[in-house]
Design a protein. Structure first.
Length: 140
């Protein structure tokens, strides 16, 4: 008699936001591992009962002080490479928000710092966030 073994993988669901104002993108400096001290897109886990679009708007506000209506976020795509996060399997849905040049920002929640960066002079980014930013810019 043959027995089959099923293997299950824990998959975490996240949302990230590429927020631009002209030729600049909004990044946070991570305050925790992995990639503590590195620059990254604002984002985080999708909560129970929440859509990824709602999570993206919530995380953007919590980490940067920038408030954008979830309906105004444009979906860029889904990133699901098995090795994209050293903590395990994370799948993210990324969104794009365009805000005015004078939009105030303030680091909050998990962000140690927040800053506008020129798209042609980005720092080294955590995870696959450089790929997500490229996709957002090419989709414009």
């Amino acid at each position: 008699m043959t027995t089959e073994t099923e293997t299950f993988e824990t998959i975490r669901y996240t949302a990230d936001t590429v927020t631009t104002n002209g030729r600049r993108v909004l990044l946070i400096r991570r305050g925790w591992d992995p990639y503590v001290g590195c620059w990254a897109l604002p984002g985080g886990h999708v909560d129970i009962g929440e859509t990824s679009r709602d999570a993206a708007a919530r995380e953007l506000a919590e980490e940067t002080g920038v408030r954008v209506a979830a309906a105004d976020l444009r979906q860029i795509g889904t990133w699901d490479q098995p090795d994209r996060d050293p903590r395990g399997r994370y799948i993210t849905v990324a969104y794009h928000a365009i805000v005015p040049d004078d939009t105030p920002i303030v680091a909050g929640d998990d962000a140690a710092d927040v800053r506008w960066w020129p798209l042609d002079n980005l720092p080294q980014l955590a995870f696959d966030h450089a790929d997500i930013i490229r996709a957002a810019i090419h989709a414009q």
